[in-house]
Design a protein around this ligand. Sequence first.
Ligand SMILES: NC(=O)c1ccc[n+]([C@@H]2O[C@H](COP(=O)([O-])OP(=O)(O)OC[C@H]3O[C@@H](n4cnc5c(N)ncnc54)[C@H](OP(=O)(O)O)[C@@H]3O)[C@@H](O)[C@H]2O)c1
Length: 351
Amino acid sequence: MKAMTYRQYGGPDVVTLAEVAKPSPKPNEVLIRILATTVTSGDYRARSLDLPAGFGLIGRLVFGIAGPRQPILGTELAGIVEAVGSDVVNFNPGDEVIAFPGGAYGSHAEYRTMPEAGTIAHKPANLSFEEAASLSFGSMTALPFLRDKARIKAGESVLVVGASGAVGTAAVQIARHFGAEVTGVTSTPNVGLVASLGAHRVIDYTKTDFATTGETWDIIIDTTGTVPFVRCDRSLKAGGRLVAIQASFGQTLGIGKPSKVSGKEVIAGYVPARPEDIRYIAKLASQGVLKPVVDRIYPLEQAAKAHAYVDTGRKRGSVVLTVAASLDEIRSNRVGAALAVGHPGSTLART
Ligand SMILES: NC(=O)c1ccc[n+]([C@@H]2O[C@H](COP(=O)([O-])OP(=O)(O)OC[C@H]3O[C@@H](n4cnc5c(N)ncnc54)[C@H](OP(=O)(O)O)[C@@H]3O)[C@@H](O)[C@H]2O)c1
């Protein structure tokens, strides 16, 4: 099968097209024909080894000391089940699915297997494959950080810094879903997008620094690494939580965290990818509560171009890769609103 692979760490050009063995499902696994996947900040991190401060050595231990251990990037996908192992009961050939291999990567290819009990769910019927592929990376981060770690409650106020990225667009919508009063922080071109996702208010950081407004929030979720506790201490209410999504190693260890007496908290680190969460996210999307934001779409073979765009740090929501031959074949043989390019509600823009 075709896959985009990288054999050394570096810039976008280390990603090249290769022919690799097609996987076959074990008894408990599902074989997915991938129709769409994404290039995320997670792919950027694994490809470049440009990691938050202090994570250099850990990054090599995780991704491979001398070079990448997993040569195929891609944390999330949408596709069609091609075959199932003998023990699989919840999926059948022909089922449309989304999956989130997350840190196991391997989605920038024509096929991938997933354990039936893993982070795989039926695809929301109201989403195109491109939209569905964009659903999980941001949401599978924002949901557990907000719900489990920050213990978000209805009526609380939440500030999302970096509200236009993959994690930020999900955080705005999920916080809103949990009944929070949401403020997004973004730059001028993205103000309309963040408002359209349900933010009650949007702060344009090129005009206003939230930290100097005198306002306070219960939760500040920072996806940009620009908000250490010292910068937002006075912007947090009593009992407030800073969720540092892009935390340095020091922050993760608790350096610079507030004293117990302050009643404030810094939350950083890792969140587990739970199978029940991807099903929950798919349900929210099918109800129209969670809308994937698709920025640009590239054919799989142009993954290096997609990486170069992601590297700018300016993408809005997700950058999609399509397995064009498979999508064209599916679309020419099947009818269905879910398969239509430019599905209503999407922000699709073909490159
Ligand atoms: N801890 C975890 O488990 C975990 C999981 C996933 C991701 N992450 C990390 O979280 C970070 C964000 O990931 P992502 O996928 O959301 O990134 P992304 O999609 O690449 O974020 C791009 C967005 O960030 C915005 N941005 C950049 N600088 C900003 C600033 N100073 N203020 C406000 N917005 C700013 C940009 O908007 P403008 O153009 O308007 O500035 C752009 O829309 C990455 O560092 C990633 O490694 C951590």
